[in-house]
Design a protein around this ligand. Structure first.
Ligand SMILES: [Zn+2]
Length: 372
């Protein structure tokens, strides 16, 4: 993973590279970013640049021994710690390292759920216990293999047990020379404040829509620009979400939203109940994605009714549907539609009862759509 292979974040990459080139290498950094932001590939690219024998102005050389090893995430001075299912047999990362490497190489934007699936442990809890902390200490007690920098990357430090976190804190308090800690996680408020105070924060923001579109079109050759754009908008800056929605087949959310809105419009009560029940089973992220997608369609419809056709970047069935709703929306009801969908998104974030919320929303949307 090189900087050029990580989507977006141009200013942040430039800053990280400048620091490295000027010899400013913090002892510990925390790459904090939301799911799908790319904080993990960014941290790996950073490590690869640091370990490279002859880095260029924007990327590692790609030709030295270190680059070859980092290409497979198998550099002897690059260590990884990550959460696992703690039990009698499994307490440390080493036995799971090949599986972790495989997954990261396949999907560098992975989240805990993907890792859990990869380990085939549906309802088990991922954690890092004291044995992982001891493993970190042990690895760092060895001399650097190549005689240069050593990197310890801790993925999802928020899943460390208290005892493990305290052990890690000790290591951070007494930094070894030429050793770099890279913590990579999503939730700073679940990490010991004493650990945070010893790390330099690298804030990785959610990706911009255009960066997601570019990344998707790089991954999926046949993906049309309009579809990439729709997936990017729905994902709210989360490249993993966008990738998974393309893999699952874009249409699913579209068909759900379209058919639900039609049922709302016609006030088919039994259908709206069934939709609400179906949505309630979908999981929070997908429910929120559905609301964001609805907002995106409303926005396109508005552009359509204002005759700003060049801005309506969509095709096929989606375009047809957008055209249909643009006839039902106007100055009097469009802001109401937007507010309803935005509020639903907020309530879903706060764990509202999904079935009740969607039933209620169906009636309100019916009222709004019939307003004209
Ligand atoms: Zn190199």
């Amino acid at each position: 993973m090189r900087f050029s292979q990580v989507a977006g974040h141009a200013p942040l990459k430039a800053k990280l590279i400048m620091n490295l080139r000027e010899g400013r290498v913090p002892h510990a950094q925390f790459f904090l970013g939301p799911r799908g932001s790319g904080n993990l590939p960014l941290a790996i690219a950073y490590a690869r640049y640091l370990l490279c024998a002859d880095p260029g102005p924007a990327d590692p050389c790609g030709a030295c021994a270190s680059c070859g090893q980092m290409e497979k995430l198998a550099h002897p001075d690059m260590h990884f710690a990550f959460p696992l299912f703690l039990n009698e047999k499994s307490r440390t990362c080493a036995p799971l390292l090949p599986a972790w490497r495989d997954l990261v190489l396949k999907e560098p934007y992975l989240d805990a759920a993907l890792w859990r699936d990869h380990l085939e442990g549906e309802n088990k809890q991922l954690r890092m216990g004291v044995d992982v902390a001891a493993e970190i200490t042990r690895q760092l007690s060895l001399k650097a293999y190549a005689g240069g920098w050593r990197v310890m990357l801790v993925w999802l430090p928020e899943l460390m047990d208290a005892a493990a976190a305290n052990k890690l804190l000790k290591v951070l308090e007494e930094p070894e020379p030429r050793t770099v800690f890279l913590l990579v996680g999503h939730e700073a408020d679940r990490i010991l404040p004493t650990i945070l105070s010893r790390t330099q924060l690298v804030k990785v923001p959610a990706l911009a829509e255009d960066d997601i579109v570019r990344a998707l079109r790089g991954k999926f050759e046949d993906l049309a620009e309009a579809d990439a754009h729709a997936a990017a908008v729905r994902s709210a800056g989360d490249l993993l979400e966008a990738t998974q929605s393309v893999e699952k087949g874009e249409e699913e959310l579209f068909v759900l939203f379209r058919d639900w809105l039609r049922a709302c419009y016609a006030l088919k009560v039994q259908d709206t109940v069934e939709f609400a029940e179906h949505f309630a089973k979908m999981g929070r992220e997908r429910q929120k994605g559905l609301m964001r997608y609805g907002l995106y369609l409303v926005r396109l419809s508005m552009l359509m009714s204002q005759r700003a056709f060049q801005l309506v970047r969509t095709t096929g069935e989606e375009l047809k549907f957008v055209t249909d709703i643009s006839r039902l929306l106007g100055a009097d009801n469009v802001s109401g539609m937007r507010e309803e969908l935005e509020m639903a998104h907020v309530h879903l974030e706060r764990n509202a009862n999904a079935k009740v919320l969607f039933m209620d929303l169906s009636y309100r949307l019916h009222g709004l759509l019939k307003q004209r």
